[in-house]
Design a protein around this ligand. Structure first.
Ligand code: GLC
Length: 677
């Protein structure tokens, strides 16, 4: 006891019985100016740690990528490889995001990491973005629902989450320097909206500043975005870290400090001691401004338990536990989207099928390799390929044959790799088509055997015109993670009824996409112009009445569902009143399944241009055969608002609104109207 008292006398901020804000003060007052400067950048010779201060027993904050599991390059460990974020959001089941976040955080904690550099939550503006597989959706509401759940999951384990990349990092082409020119309404209504809601609803500990400029100023020194919006308008209490080397072109430390950048990773470039001392000496920034960014950083160190006298109950989880592997498989199963199923070709009946042919470069391709696809790469201890999964499933019941004509059914596994030009950081895709040899392979197989199913292994939209009409079934399996093969087999053979829906529009052709109207709008050069404004994704396809290949929110099932009896709790709401929306959904089939009921809202009398409809609610309901469920959703005024750039505020105009409810953004059988007063 005496020893503890002596220790706390010297280091009082280690006393976890004191409030955190008081502990921060106790530590801040002890830091010299030079030590504060040192805390502003990463630890020398370490990519994943902040600087430590031995004299005051300030440990390093130890961090790791990424959204799909603990990345090998930031841990040098083989860890559970979860499905990609597109697969996760295609489940439209945010509980899974919470579970995945918690599982990855447990694995982070098990290897002594306190900060996870995830989730990535940028909006899908162009389907060519190399990092589309790492992000949730083209829609801010769906993005927010998943990001909130993911952050809460991660932080429920005492590990910090990092929402990234703030902001408008929507392409990889010229990502380090591109200047995103975007109007204020679009910035708030589309690109900032999910980040705002996550800050308010999930209290993320860290925000990662992006590489790009926004309206002329680099994100990491953008005072309007950080200080004025993130801190002052939204009340963010954590700290801002730069993306790795995102400060490369920053010249003035005072600008980054006054904007609110607390930590420059992986090393000092703009926050070198020399630059900081000179700027401070010249009075370019004040001690108060410096303390403000250091305080934010220290707050997170305290919140993740780095100053706890006794280390927090570390989740004695074995990494790569069967529990985590089962979760990875379950997410893959729930995220798969059945895009086509002519004549109920699927599910395959293992008792009727005597032989199956397995073709395509993705039938046995290993996807979990070092930095493969960039910083989201996870290297698992093993990986169940689609072929392995099929063999695990059919065992000796079904013969695997090599010739398409000899098979009762052919399975062709094609997709997008994580190589440059594929689903890969730092590069965008050259186009939407699969590689020619893959399209040719599908045509060749289906020519020899019309009983052919195409299974897609990808994390971003693709076009399918050469072969789509010729095959009876197409299953979107995304990048399904280390258990993907088992998940695919379970869906193909009907052990699992597919329930995923597209979180992103699949266009018929690239030029139908909103970002692809001119070289200015994509990829741009020094600047890229978001000329489409708020009309991103389905908002654009609706506005221009363009038929997509497969619409946002689309997905088939082995069950059949019907909708009836839409009821609204009132014909009008005012102020903070909420509107209850009730609908009856029935499973009209003998097969248990899950339906994702979607709710879209239209402002019938807006004084400004608004989308035809916007997603404002969804519920995933699991229904037994012939079961009917009553689905309840709620709308509030914040679901009706738009960003009024002139007055720089969110606003809901009084007037009539229409509600649409149905199974996809293009199939909305039920409608209702109400007035907002
Ligand atoms: C990368 C990525 C970011 C990642 C970081 C560390 O460039 O943009 O998402 O967390 O650097 O690897």
């Amino acid at each position: 006891m005496k020893q503890r008292n002596r220790f706390l006398k010297k280091y009082p901020y280690y006393d976890s019985s004191l409030p955190i804000e008081q502990r921060i003060d106790l530590l801040l007052m002890r830091l010299t100016l030079k030590e504060k400067f040192k805390l502003l950048s990463g630890r020398v010779f370490s990519w994943w740690k902040s600087s430590s201060i031995y004299r005051l027993k300030i440990p390093s904050l130890n961090m790791s990528d990424g959204p799909h599991g603990i990345s090998f390059h930031s841990s040098f460990r083989l860890m559970t490889k979860f499905p990609c974020s597109k697969c996760l959001s295609a489940s439209w089941n945010p509980h899974l995001a919470s579970n995945v976040g918690a599982a990855i955080a447990e694995e982070a904690k098990a290897i002594g990491k306190q900060l996870l550099l995830a989730p990535g939550m940028n909006i899908d503006r162009t389907p060519l973005n190399g990092r589309t597989f790492e992000y949730f959706s083209e829609d801010p509401f769906l993005t927010k629902e998943f990001a909130v759940a993911y952050v809460k999951g991660v932080q429920s384990r005492g590990v910090g989450a990092t929402i990234k990349h703030f902001i408008a990092n929507n392409q990889e082409t010229n990502r380090f320097t591109v200047n995103v020119q975007v109007d204020v309404r679009t910035l708030h209504e589309i690109y900032l909206r999910a980040f705002r809601d996550v800050v308010r609803e999930a209290d993320p500990l860290v925000v990662m500043g992006s590489y790009n400029k926004v309206n002329g100023i680099y994100a990491c020194e953008n005072k309007e975005l950080l200080q004025e919006t993130l801190f002052n308008l939204w009340g963010f209490k954590g700290f801002v870290v730069s993306d790795w080397y995102a400060t490369k072109f920053l010249k003035r430390p005072e600008q980054a400090i006054q904007a609110g950048l607390s930590l420059e990773m992986p090393k000092a470039i703009v926050y070198t001691l020399k630059r900081l001392k000179k700027a401070f000496k010249e009075g370019l920034f004040s001690r108060e401004e410096l303390d403000a960014v250091v305080r934010r950083f220290l707050r997170v160190l305290f919140r993740v338990g780095l100053f706890d006298e006794k280390p927090r109950k570390s989740f004695r989880v074995k990494v790569n536990s069967p529990v985590h592997q089962e979760l990875a498989q379950h997410v893959a199963e729930e995220g798969m989207v059945l895009l086509k199923n002519e004549g109920n070709f699927l599910p395959l009946n293992i008792n009727h099928i005597k032989s199956v042919g397995i073709f395509g470069p993705f039938s046995s391709k290993k996807m979990g390799k070092f930095l493969y696809g960039g910083s989201a790469a996870v290297v698992p201890p093993f990986e169940i390929s689609p072929k392995k999964g099929i063999i695990n499933k059919v065992k000796e019941h079904v013969k695997i044959v090599k010739k398409p004509a000899e098979a009762d059914c052919c399975l062709v596994f094609v997709g997008i790799s994580h190589a440059k030009g594929g689903d890969c950081e730092n590069f965008d895709r050259p186009g939407l088509s699969l590689p020619k040899q893959q399209n040719d392979l599908i045509l060749e197989v289906v020519e020899q055997n019309p009983q052919t199913v195409v299974v897609l292994i990808n994390g971003s939209p693709i076009t399918m015109e050469p072969w789509l009409e010729k095959v009876p079934a197409v299953l979107e399996a995304w990048h399904p993670g280390m258990m993907g093969g088992n998940a695919i087999a379970n869906v193909l053979f009907g052990v699992v009824n597919p329930s995923g829906k597209l979180p992103i529009t699949f266009p018929k052709r690239l030029e139908d996409s909103p970002a692809h109207t001119s070289p200015r709008s994509y990829p741009g050069s020094d600047s890229v112009f978001y000329e489409e404004g708020i009309y991103v994704g389905y908002r654009h396809f609706d506005k221009k009445s363009i038929a997509p290949l497969f619409p946002f929110g689309f997905g088939l099932s082995y069950s059949k569902f019907s909708y009836k009896d839409l009821l609204l709790s009132s014909s009008e709401i005012a102020g903070s009143q909420e509107l209850d929306v009730v609908v009856e959904v029935t499973n009209d089939s003998p097969v248990a399944g899950a339906e994702i009921v979607q709710l879209y809202v239209k402002d019938d009398e807006a004084s400004i241009d608004r989308p035809v409809k916007e997603l404002r609610g969804f519920k995933k309901v699991f229904l037994n055969p012939y079961e009917t469920a009553t689905v309840n959703m709620t709308l509030g005024s914040s679901d009706l608002e738009f960003f009024d750039a002139e007055n720089f505020t969110w606003r809901t105009e009084p007037g009539s609104f229409t509600i649409f409810v149905g199974p996809s953004s293009r199939v909305l059988p039920l409608e209702g109207k109400f007035e907002f007063r």
